[in-house]
Design a protein around this ligand. Structure first.
Ligand SMILES: Cc1c2[nH]c(c1CCC(=O)O)Cc1[nH]c(c(CCC(=O)O)c1C)Cc1[nH]c(c(CCC(=O)O)c1C)Cc1[nH]c(c(C)c1CCC(=O)O)C2
Length: 342
């Protein structure tokens, strides 16, 4: 039985089919920009909230109720499957994931164990609760891509330079490939749980892949991301592949096995389509910072994104990266109305 909501504007756009209106959702639409989120999260740690299906369900639904977006994204985090596979880590407010014992040696890589479906039973349960609650609104599942996960595991936390990550990548390529292969297996297992429970699409976040040249991306990263995306080919769900600062990687990220390529705010969608090719839809790409400008500017820029998106064979409106916590949620609601009526 398939639960993919094929008739929704969102899935239709992913599949490059005609749509009644351009579908819109926002990366990080659930989160600190919403007062109802801050309220429900008070006193509950980030990882703990990801493990409670009641909280996951409520937080995932909050932006759907408030903004009327065309898709929901599961409330979770890219490091949830790593923690479930036994990595000692925490998500620190204002910082991000912090790993207690970073992975730097062959012995560290050897200790990383695979993810069993039973390790993330709470994710399976949350998706099964959400799908009927959402009704006609498709649910997007997601995971972090091997490179972005590796960067947190090797650095021990967020990084600007990815020095230790690149030191392993260039200096110990065999160890690097062994680590990324393990991460690809964990990511694929995590996505299969979500697909099995009924999500209508998946997004693979390679947020920090833009740190690499195209040649290095193709050599050190693409085969592992392709294993994840290719492993889902038979599942039939549209696959979105996203990163930040990836102008030179857009074609390769499509080739890794995506149906939709996510584009940050730096590359106009018509140019992105020329780079990616007409076999893929695009998602994006309003600068999240524009939401802090007067409404006339937001409207002008949103209309520009919509016009440039017409060059693509399918367009899912989104920001070029996540909603910033300080964003006025009323501006997001107004933007949804504008996109859906444009
Ligand atoms: C790199 C990355 C992470 N997590 C994620 C990525 C890829 C997307 C991207 O590029 O932004 C993905 C993610 N994280 C979260 C979601 C939920 C769904 C949604 O988009 O609404 C998604 C899709 C919740 C979250 N993940 C996190 C929050 C904030 C936690 C809080 O409310 O305290 C949320 C809502 C924490 C987190 N987790 C991570 C970061 C950088 C942070 C922010 C740290 C901070 O600024 O406090 C790692």
């Amino acid at each position: 039985m398939t639960t993919i909501l094929e008739d929704s504007a969102f899935v239709r756009a992913c599949r490059r089919r005609p749509v009644p209106h351009t579908p819109v959702w926002f990366m990080r639409q659930a989160g600190r920009s919403l007062p109802e989120y801050r309220k429900i999260r008070a006193g509950v740690g980030m990882l703990e909230s990801c493990r409670r299906p009641d909280l996951v369900t409520e937080i995932t639904l909050q932006p759907v109720r408030r903004h009327g977006v065309d898709a929901a994204i599961l409330f979770s985090d890219i490091v949830v499957p790593l923690a479930a596979a036994g990595v000692d880590l925490d998500i620190v407010a204002g910082t991000g994931p912090v790993v207690a014992e970073p992975i730097r040696t062959a012995a560290d890589v050897a200790r990383l164990r695979p993810l069993a479906a039973g390790d993330v039973g709470y994710v399976d349960e949350a998706v099964r609760l959400l799908v009927p609650e959402l009704g006609p609104i498709p649910l997007i599942g997601f995971a972090g891509a091997p490179f972005t996960l590796a960067s947190y595991l090797i650095e021990g936390g967020p990084s600007r330079t990815y020095l230790k990550t690149k030191a392993m990548m260039y200096g110990e390529p065999e160890l690097w490939h062994a680590l990324l292969a393990k991460l690809a297996d964990i990511t694929l297992a995590f996505l299969r749980v979500q697909v099995g429970a009924g999500v209508s699409a998946v997004q693979l976040f390679d947020s920090w892949a833009g740190a690499l040249s195209e040649a290095d991306y193709r050599r050190y990263v693409l085969p592992h991301s392709a294993k994840v995306l290719g492993g889902l080919a038979g599942a039939g769900v549209p696959r979105i592949h996203f990163g930040v600062g990836t102008a030179v990687l857009l074609r390769a990220m499509g080739e890794a096995g995506a149906d939709v390529v996510g584009v940050d705010w730096r590359t106009p969608l018509d140019e992105a389509t020329t780079l990616i090719g007409a076999e893929k839809a695009v998602q994006g790409n309003l600068d999240p910072a524009i939401l802090f400008a007067p409404w006339e500017v937001v409207e002008r820029e949103a209309r520009r994104v919509l016009a440039e998106g017409k060059a693509a064979p399918g367009h899912v409106f989104n920001l070029g990266h996540g909603v910033m916590p300080e964003t006025d949620p009323d501006v997001l609601t107004r933007l949804v109305d504008l996109v859906r009526s444009a």
